[in-house]
Design a protein around this ligand. Sequence first.
Ligand SMILES: [Zn+2]
Ligand SMILES: [Zn+2]
Length: 428
Amino acid sequence: MKYQAPRGVKDLLPPESELFRLLEDEVREVFGRSGFREIRLPLFESADLFARSIGESTDIVEKEMYLFSGKGGESLALRPEGTASLIRAAIEHRLAEPGRLERLFYQGPMFRHERPQAGRLRQFHQAGAEILGSSDPDDDVDLIATVSRHAGISRVPASRLLINSMGCPECRPGYREILVDYLEKNHDLLCETCRRRTKTNPLRVLDCKIPSCQPVLESAPHLVEFLCPASRSHFDRVCRGLEGEGISFTVSHRLVRGLDYYTETAFEWVSDALGAQSTWAAGGRYNGLVRHLGGGDVPGVGLAIGIERLFLLRELAGTLPQKAGAAVHLAVHPLEEAARPYAHRILASLRDNGISAVGIFGQTRLKKAFLQAEREGALFIGLLGGDELSTGTITIKHLATGIQKSLPTFPPEYLSKALREPWTPDPV
Ligand SMILES: [Zn+2]
Ligand SMILES: [Zn+2]
């Protein structure tokens, strides 16, 4: 019997797993420096929470959720995204309250049963940041700047920021009618999905990627031309704020969110570097979501970064964060039985002094011990035999240069300091 990982999921092996962790750490630090504090959320929730927050008639809820039953028969789902859980938790723990401002971030795996393809996994990772309790356009600007200025554009190849306005409950219904009129007039030129969505969710029609639909959709009326004065002013202030920050963007009239609680600003970072245009981060304002999920009248704006996409793009550009130093500093190899306790003592004292060290115990041939040290990414190998044991020393060889020295193992600070310094031959 041979076990394999389920289709669409991926084991992350070293050294890639280390780079992945460094990238996650970098994003975490970027959010932290912008004042976001971490919230740890469960990997599963009531399925109904996602149906209500993401929308019954979306692909995610209709086809892509991993559903299962709890022992009591309740319907549960692995989380397909983070915002729904975050808002649920913020309401439950009274972080989403009128007059209170909260900046929260989350990070971790999400689950969607999609058709596996390059850069799209069924268990994937997102990091998201949300500002609850502000309707100020400068918070939209600050959130966008957090990604554009630090984690993003300068190091993601061919990255562009797209923005649009979704309007508000005052002005969007009017636009929706105008759009539906237009789509119905061009009914014959649209695909099956577009025709269906014209009736169920007309804004989503603008999302269609089918080539034959493009001429009609390109000429569709623009939402930003039908904004009420308040939405117009919000959008203008976001655009001016981004210009003031020197962040370039394109207004994309077809960047839409299909659900009513998305309001005002919508934004997305895309890159063409992986072939077809792909979105690596996206966000927007959702002034109606907290109320929609049973909370108070608390506005919000947030974004999520797709960590696998970001990883692929940064790998392509050679801009992944680099690990400083070797995986293992010193590999310690006892040459005889009697030196084993001595090897354990040295490992413990080096680790206590901040040096990463491994023991090579299972190799009886010196050549094999050297090979293993190299495979483990060690900078040095330390050999312990009868002489070393009787004199309280260790014979250390720098694997890259072959330079060898005999060093005392006491005091341990002396040895760890010597291992951190440039390794040059002793003067003769
Ligand atoms: Zn409006
Ligand atoms: Zn279409």
